[in-house]
Design a binder for this molecule. Structure first.
Ligand code: NAD
Length: 497
């Protein structure tokens, strides 16, 4: 088991007296908290400090001071630090990927992709804010008056992130927040703190001033009040479940604090009768079973036009059979375990309930028999057929390797099926018909629309976020993200005599 210190006030801290390393200091905490390896639950893989409420308040103290320095740092200098950190993530991508895969269960290739994309976020926002500038020159009716709309940072941003993309999600939030001149306190998921700490280390090593970023590891219940109640929080960006998101949104709305919530999804792919079925099957399998289905944008429902339902199902099952369940770091693994025993049990419950309600298991539905996988949270990729829209499995987020299929009789019925959901994150259509593609893009009630592509896979400069219960009015990624992390000040300067 490896001990990993956390970053508070520019120092690496560990529990108890004398246990910090290098220039590290001690936290008030006397405890470590174990981090499991979902591929093998027999021994914990890492441990991180279980910070106390006093430690959390200290992180905000430092962030408040860090903000005072950072907001006055030239955007070009901020950009240089973010770009350098991006380079460090790329240099360290192989090592980081091993840790991401170990604490999360995704495959080595998926984890490496995550490290590289986290680097892209830092580089993109560094360049965007540093070299691009951000603001508007406005006409003014008053003579000899120059007026500008200037975007300025908000202050201390709290970022709360989930376990499923434990490196990209913090990077997606911290890159625009820091580039815009905010300080940040990151609360990574308790299950996967190591990935976020790699990001913090790259930023620290690149020269981020002390206090500008603090990482709060620990048990949520113990630190919740200190974490959420601090009066210095200027904005909160949250990615996670609808349940926790709703609680946080209410809590911060009462204090008039800006809140961004990226929440759940129940993403559908539609396969129309004219589609390239082989391509559709391959693409849907990648969209559904990549990261063992633990992606907010994963396809979890497929709506197929009836004339091609059987043929598409046959091609889909053939693709699923090729996935290759295995250990995250083993060569050739196509799908790793689920991220925790709790997650695996929850997915199994969803499947069991669906079967009781009449869904037909076409493949999977259980844990693998392979004894080599007996100590991990493995689940076979699962496809359920003839799923009617009133079933919970059709409506609720499962967040695992489970795909539900349903036949429909027309394009209009397919779009209605996509939109018959509380969520509105991502949807895809497979067709060769340009009209159908455009109509789908117009009529599907989702924030991300893909045509002949996977529901996940959006680039750092693409605005990202869902409609309805999937999100908040503030998008992430691209220039859109900067709206959340800045406020606009209109400044008029009269320069005549
Ligand atoms: P979660 O809501 O349980 O936890 C998310 C984060 O909130 C974690 O850091 C957790 O420790 C923290 N948290 C939980 N309770 C808290 C509290 N009372 N106070 C403060 N912090 C608290 O979600 P999860 O299980 O980690 O992640 C899975 C969920 O995330 C899924 O619903 C998935 O759809 C969603 N998600 C959404 C997106 C998106 O962009 N829309 C992306 C990834 C994941």
């Amino acid at each position: 088991m490896r001990s990993v210190e956390t970053l508070v006030g520019g120092e690496w801290v560990a529990p108890g007296p004398g246990s910090g390393s290098g220039s590290g200091s001690d936290s008030a905490s006397t405890e470590w908290i174990d981090v499991q390896n979902p591929a093998d639950l027999r021994t914990p893989a890492f441990r991180v400090p279980a910070l106390t409420p006093a430690d959390v308040t200290r992180a905000y103290d430092h962030a408040e001071r860090g903000f005072a320095t950072w907001k006055r740092t030239s955007p070009l200098d901020r950009a240089a630090i973010l770009t350098k950190a991006a380079g460090l993530l790329r240099e360290r991508a192989d090592t980081i990927a091993e840790d991401v895969a170990t604490e999360n269960g995704k495959t080595r290739a998926e984890a490496r992709g995550e490290a590289l994309k986290a680097a892209d976020f830092l580089e993109y926002y560094g360049l965007l804010v540093g070299r691009g500038g951000y603001g508007t020159l406005l006409n003014d009716i008053r003579p000899d008056t120059r007026t500008t709309a200037q975007h300025e940072p908000l202050g201390v941003v709290l970022a709360v992130t989930p376990w499923n993309d434990p490196l990209i999600t913090p990077a997606r939030k911290l890159a625009p927040a820091l580039a815009a001149g905010n300080a940040a306190v990151l609360k990574p998921a308790t299950e996967t703190p190591i990935s976020g700490l790699h990001l913090a280390r790259a930023l620290h090593d690149a020269g981020l001033p002390a206090g500008v970023l603090g990482v709060v590891t620990g048990r949520t219940a113990e630190i919740e009040d200190a974490l959420l109640g601090d009066t210095r929080i200027a904005a909160v960006t949250f990615t996670g479940s609808n349940e926790v998101g709703a609680r946080l949104r209410t809590r911060f709305a009462a204090r008039n604090i800006r809140f961004q919530g990226e929440l759940g999804g129940k993403n559908a792919s539609v396969v129309l009768a004219d589609a390239d079925l082989a391509k559709a099957a391959k693409t849907v399998v990648a969209a559904s079973f990549g990261q063992a289905g633990q992606r907010c944008t994963a396809t979890s429902r497929v709506v197929v036009e009836r004339p091609v339902y059987e043929e598409f199902t046959r091609l889909l099952l053939a693709e699923v059979a090729r996935i290759g369940l295995g250990a995250p770091l083993a060569e050739g693994t196509g799908m790793g375990p689920l991220s925790s025993p709790r997650q695996r049990d929850s997915v199994l419950d969803h499947i069991e309930r669906a079967v009781k309600q009449g869904a037909k298991v076409l493949t999977g539905g259980d844990a693998p028999r392979d004894t080599g996988l007996a100590h991990g949270c493995y689940l076979n990729p699962t496809v359920l057929g003839d799923v009617s829209p009133d079933l919970a499995i059709w409506r609720e987020e499962v967040f695992g390797p489970v795909l539900a299929l349903r036949a429909v009789d027309s394009f209009d019925e397919a779009v209605a099926a996509v939109n018959d959901s509380d969520f509105g994150l991502a949807a895809a259509v497979f067709t060769r018909d340009l009209n159908a593609a455009h109509r789908f893009a117009e009529e599907a009630e989702c924030g991300q629309i893909a045509v002949n592509l996977t529901t996940p896979g959006w680039d750092v400069h693409h605005p990202f976020g869902g409609f309805h219960d999937s999100g908040s009015p503030f998008k992430e990624q691209g220039t859109e993200a900067l709206h959340f992390y800045t406020r606009v000040k209109t400044v008029a300067i009269h320069y005549g005599s």
